[in-house]
Ligand binder design. Structure first.
Ligand SMILES: *[C@@H]1O[C@H](CO)[C@@H](O)[C@H](O)[C@H]1NC(C)=O
Ligand SMILES: *[C@@H]1O[C@H](CO)[C@@H](O)[C@H](O)[C@H]1NC(C)=O
Ligand SMILES: *[C@@H]1O[C@H](CO)[C@@H](O)[C@H](O)[C@H]1NC(C)=O
Ligand SMILES: *[C@@H]1O[C@H](CO)[C@@H](O)[C@H](O)[C@H]1NC(C)=O
Length: 484
């Protein structure tokens, strides 16, 4: 829980000194078949000391749950809405009224930023959002001014680090991508004029994934990489070099002091040979230590890196076009359980606090029948069907279930489909091939999931209401302990 939400003024002051040490944020994505209730997620954020959260849209339930939580919020506008916001001032005003003003005034949500689009200039989008992003940014800013909110709420655009590059492979060679150079300058000027930060997503994992020659050690922070020298600066990790490439790009174009937010940074735990708990822990813990203690990058040594971890929880319905790892970025599993120890430098001191009061379905799984034959022509069809509609990203070389035998693979696919369909009997009727079992087929760290009860929103659990007073008292004690 964020200590700042405590009502006692003296404590708040003392505590804000103690508790704002790192002020780490988290991305809360919701592309999942079985979402956790928003109140559960907000409690998860608070109990782990997250001070800030970044959303990809402006979901009413999420924002309502964030009301009075003391957590700063970046609300998001999906790329699909950019066109209408770019072409209609009325649409922008409506968006701000409904998705910002209301939540601030009647719900006490601490909205600080509006993220206009999400990585809209990714080259895989073929330029689809090149014409609409900047006008949408301008209209949203005008709407915020009109609503009297522009002092408190700043606009930004979360961009992929591919909007800049270095001509020399060193940070000092940094500049904006040639094909969007003028557009980037117009955006940067606008952000600068309106007090908006430059938000960038930086992913050493993707560099490693896409480039077989990328030096693995350089992705991490523990100093085993051969350093790269750039003028008087020494770079021991890719994050610093990438961040400073942006600093150089900004500086070269006259905006060397523009505020930078790292909108996404993290490491996935499954779906690829380099995606596992060991690497994810090494990266995320390394990053947390790296940015703690007001340490910046070589180009901005005195500026605390401001960052949002990607991501809070796994999302099993994300597109796997970028790779099978896409569904495994969470520091928590889809059901809010921690994957590995992580010291966030907050009240959590090393152990992540898992989500509470999770309601699972029965302990049963759908597996391949022992009597079914591997060469049954229905097998391939059934597995393809199950994997297309459920999630088989934990199968494959170097993944958590990569060592299953052929029967194990088939069972994994069947079970994924069965759980995704809430253990419906009909979802375990692959012709003559499947059966329901009560004995857990999980082996080693290959987990055959049991899903959670679906959450339909609305109806609040009694516990949800009891939670607040209890956590206030608990927070007070923790704060006192931290100070003493
Ligand atoms: C508010 O945000 C939600 C979620 O992104 C969106 O569906 C809705 O259209 C927005 N409302 C307005 C009035 O634009
Ligand atoms: C971009 O273009 C490629 C090739 O023309 C196409 O396969 C892909 O679907 C396009 N992507 C988008 C987002 O339009
Ligand atoms: C299991 O499935 C994965 C992913 O489809 C595949 O790469 C692997 O070869 C399969 N293993 C066996 C033993 O069939
Ligand atoms: C299932 O197996 C039985 C006996 O082996 C067979 O008669 C039946 O046709 C099979 N059903 C399907 C849907 O393949």
């Amino acid at each position: 829980m964020g200590c700042l939400s405590l009502p006692t003024i003296g404590l708040v002051l003392l505590c804000s000194m103690v508790c704002t040490v790192s002020g780490i944020g988290a991305n809360w994505g919701t592309q999942t078949s079985h979402p956790l209730p928003p109140d559960t997620v907000v409690r998860l954020l608070r109990e782990n000391g997250f001070r800030k959260v970044k959303l990809f849209d402006a979901d009413y339930g999420a924002l309502r749950a964030l009301g009075k939580s003391g957590i700063e919020v970046m609300v998001g506008i999906p790329n699909e809405m950019l066109q209408s916001l770019a072409t209609s001032m009325k649409a922008a005003e409506k968006w701000v009224a409904k998705n910002v003003s209301t939540h601030i005034t009647s719900n006490n949500v601490d909205i600080r930023y509006v993220a206009v689009g999400n990585e809209p200039f990714l080259s895989t989008y073929n330029g689809s959002f090149l014409r609409t992003t900047f006008p949408a940014l301008q209209n949203v800013q005008s709407a915020l001014i009109k609503a009297g909110l522009s002092n408190k709420v700043k606009v930004t655009i979360p961009l992929n680090a591919d909007v800049y590059a270095s001509s020399t492979d060193l940070p000092s060679g940094g500049d904006f991508r040639a094909d969007i150079h003028d557009l980037m300058l117009a955006i940067v000027k606008f952000l600068n004029d309106n007090g908006g930060p430059f938000t960038v997503n930086i992913y050493p994992f993707i560099s490693l994934y896409t480039d077989a020659n990328f030096p693995v050690e350089y992705a991490f922070f523990d100093g085993n990489a051969s350093p790269i020298m750039d003028g008087g600066m020494t770079y021991y990790n890719m994050f610093d070099a990438n961040y400073d490439t942006l600093v150089w790009a900004l500086q070269k174009n006259g905006y060397g002091n523009l505020q930078i937010i790292v909108g996404e940074i993290g490491w996935p735990t499954d779906g690829d040979q380099n995606a596992n708990n060991v690497y994810a822990q090494r990266f995320n813990q390394g990053f947390m230590s790296h940015i703690s203690g007001q340490k910046g990058t070589p180009m901005r040594p005195a500026v605390q890196v401001d960052a949002y971890l990607f991501s809070l929880i796994d999302e099993d319905t994300k597109s796997i076009d970028p790779g099978n790892f896409e569904r495994h970025w969470g520091i928590f599993t889809y059901d809010g359980q921690s994957k590995y120890p992580l010291n966030l430098g907050t009240i959590n001191s090393g152990t992540l606090v898992p989500a509470k009061n999770i309601h699972y379905l029965d302990r049963k799984w759908c597996v391949m029948k022992p009597s079914a034959k591997l060469d049954d022509p229905q097998v391939q069809l059934s597995v393809s069907y199950a994997c297309a509609l459920a999630d088989c990203t934990s199968l494959g070389y170097g993944t958590s279930c990569g060592n299953l035998d052929a029967r194990g693979n088939i069972s994994y696919a069947f079970n994924s489909y069965y759980q995704k369909n809430n253990q419906l009997d009909d979802a375990c009727k692959f012709p003559n091939l499947s059966m329901i079992t009560k004995s857990d087929p999980s082996v080693a760290n290959c987990r055959f999931e049991i899903t959670m009860e679906p959450y339909y929103g609305g109806a609040e659990r009694i516990l949800g209401r009891l939670q607040k007073p209890l956590s206030l008292v608990f927070g007070l004690i923790l704060c006192l302990l931290t100070i003493l």
